[in-house]
Design a binder for this molecule. Structure first.
Ligand code: NAD
Ligand code: UDP
Length: 313
């Protein structure tokens, strides 16, 4: 049994991770400021003695005795991270620095939830961990992209300077139940629009690509990365290497739901990456991991979740 701190633990990925690690017998401190997370996501865990919920903002210092830290606190959807960009970059940089100080005090292992956004609008495809990326430092996505890049720098410097035991997960687009209804990311938007028979809003001409990983697979990989015996401290891509054009993804959702929705086109937001697909060779080798949930199975579970939420509204 370990004492594990999960920041952003009431969010989409964090709540799944909290549940899994709690069920494995660990003591969990779930820390969140509820900016995009929700108590509903973890309500079923609150009655467990080994689960503790703390309302706290990671840009302020926090102290506890823990063995491991999963630092997930940060809004992940462009809509939400662009709403208060200064707060977003502070969360990425100051929040990560605070968690690194805590890890140093406790001699804890710390895993940082980084992102495929560190590759920006990539010239290398699919993206592997050796690629340094193509990121606009002054655009509307920079608060997140550069914030996460800086968090990787901080992690690496704490490792070099203090020999801290670190893990860096470069997370690619992840989806599943417990995404917020108003999350604003493509999977939840399309499913909710299709369930309501409203037009699916495709940004740009829809030829930009993404690759989608189901949340259970993501949680498996994060835990495997945390526990890897090599203490691997460099970034590791985690995602599902099946690339989709956004327009084809919209058509798939309409077909799966047998929906009457049409497709409408909206302007492509600035700096929206044109292609994205993870090269997961390293994760396969290091973690003996690859996604095992098919897109259809994952989408069906996600559709059922949103369908229930909309019915109960
Ligand atoms: P999410 O928005 O659902 O969860 C983030 C959680 O962090 C929320 O509960 C939010 O309230 C909390 N939070 C935000 N700012 C905070 C702060 N200053 N202090 C304390 N808590 C704070 O997003 P998610 O999809 O679950 O993403 C989790 C992590 O994974 C994020 O760090 C994100 O950058 C990273 N990530 C996610 C994806 C993805 O596709 N889901 C892709 C790449 C990276
Ligand atoms: N997108 C879209 N319609 C939406 C939401 C997103 O066409 O309602 C597009 C967006 O422009 C991007 C892709 O889908 O090209 C993925 O967007 P998302 O916000 O989910 O994540 P990102 O990978 O851009 O952070």
């Amino acid at each position: 049994m370990k004492r594990i701190l999960i920041t952003g633990g009431a969010g989409f990925i964090g709540s799944h991770l909290s549940e899994r690690l709690l069920n494995e017998g660990n003591d969990i401190i779930c820390l969140d400021n509820f900016y995009t997370g929700s108590k509903e996501n973890i309500r079923h865990l609150l009655s467990n003695d080994r689960f503790e919920l703390v309302r706290h903002d990671v840009i302020n210092e926090y102290t506890a005795e823990v063995d491991e830290i999963y630092n997930l606190a940060c809004p992940a959807s462009p809509v939400h991270y662009q709403l208060n960009p200064i707060k977003t970059i502070k969360t990425c940089v100051i929040g990560t620095a605070n968690m690194l100080e805590l890890a140093k005090k406790c001699n804890a292992v710390i895993l940082q939830a980084s992102t495929s956004e560190v590759y920006g609008n990539p010239y290398i495809h699919p993206q592997n961990e050796e690629y340094w990326g193509n990121v606009n430092p002054i655009g509307i996505r920079s608060c997140y992209d550069e914030g996460k890049r800086c968090s990787e720098t901080l992690m690496s410097d704490y490792h070099r300077q203090y020999n801290l035991n670190i893990r860096i997960a470069r997370i690619f687009n992840t989806y599943g139940p417990k995404m917020a209804l108003n999350d604003g990311r493509v999977v939840s938007n399309f499913i909710v629009q299709a369930l309501k028979n409203e037009p699916l809003a495709v940004y740009g001409d829809g030829t930009q690509t993404r690759a989608f990983c189901f949340v259970d697979d993501m949680v498996d990989a994060l835990i495997k990365l945390m526990n890897n015996k090599d203490n691997y401290s460099k970034p590791v891509n985690i995602g599902n290497p099946v690339e989709f054009k956004i327009i084809d993804f919209a058509k798939l959702i309409i077909k799966l739901l047998n929906s009457n929705s049409e497709i409408k086109f909206m302007p492509l937001p600035a700096d929206d990456p044109l292609r994205r697909e993870p090269d997961i060779s390293l994760a396969r080798e290091l973690l003996d991991w690859e996604p095992s949930t098919s897109l259809i199975d994952g989408l069906t579970k996600t559709i059922n979740y949103f369908s229930e939420i909309l019915t109960n509204q």
